[in-house]
Design a protein around this ligand. Structure first.
Ligand SMILES: [Zn+2]
Length: 252
């Protein structure tokens, strides 16, 4: 059997048979790969500890006869580990689900591995997981070519003034005060500023930014609506995050 080695992120896992587990790995060079770790659920397994969900690994794989490759060696890469709280895990689930959704098996999509790895590291570092998750969504929309238009009005094309604007997912952008229709949800000018800053990719500046909770709610809705408009199915992780937000006690 021929073998190969790559860096990967563990996107999904599924118990299989008596003691095996099947993993979906996002590799740097080989795209998304399905792989089986044999005997990994036995306490004696040397593979188990490195193969936690969302971990960044250095992995050796043997090409299998079917769709699945076989994990023969794995070590965890150095880096920050995600705390296992419910909210952080739910956001990591969104990052992994989106990577899984936009990649086909064994076809690397440029930039997806790097963004996924970066976003999970940022999520481990950031005190508020929602902030890291928003930054990821902006970068992911940009990478996929779905970035919302932030400069001109999506209807009249005039420069958006420093005033509240309404986001319209099918238009991929915002409406200026002259074009807003009654009943539309408005995003304050400060929200547009934060979106522009994230779109510019200045993570250092973004980390230092103070974001008030109400604004985070609004921006999260904009980014999720934009993403869902472009995906044919809803993301399970977004549905879960929304449920969690609506029942605050579940966030502890
Ligand atoms: Zn307008």
């Amino acid at each position: 059997m021929s073998t190969y080695r790559d860096e990967a992120i563990v996107l999904r896992k599924l118990d299989y048979g008596e003691a095996d587990r099947i993993f979906t790995l996002l590799t740097r060079e080989h795209g998304k790969v399905g792989a089986i770790a044999k005997g990994v659920r036995r306490t004696s397994s040397k593979l188990a500890s490195a193969l936690e969900l969302f971990s960044h690994i250095d992995v050796q794989l043997a090409r299998g006869r079917g769709a699945l490759d076989v994990i023969t060696q794995v070590v965890r890469m150095p880096g920050h580990r995600l705390e296992a709280d419910v909210e952080r895990t739910a956001h990591a689930g969104l990052i992994a689900e989106l990577a899984d959704r936009v990649c086909e098996d064994r076809h690397p999509v440029e930039g997806v591995f790097e963004l996924t790895n970066f976003a999970l590291q940022e999520l481990a570092l950031e005190s508020d997981p929602r902030r890291a998750s928003m930054y990821f969504l902006v970068r992911a929309l940009d990478l996929l070519g779905y970035a919302p238009q932030l400069d001109g009005c999506a209807n009249c094309e005039r420069q958006l003034p420093a005033a509240p604007a309404a986001f319209v997912p099918p238009l991929g952008g915002f409406l200026c005060p002259d074009c807003i229709q009654p009943g539309m949800t408005e995003v304050p000018a400060a929200g547009l500023k934060v979106l522009r800053l994230m779109a510019a990719g200045d993570i250092e500046l973004y980390r230092r930014l103070k974001l008030e909770g109400g604004l985070v709610d609004i921006l999260e809705n904009v980014l999720e609506a934009q993403l869902e408009h472009h995906l044919d199915r809803q993301l399970k992780s977004i549905r879960f995050l929304r449920q969690m937000r609506s029942t605050p006690s579940a966030r502890t």
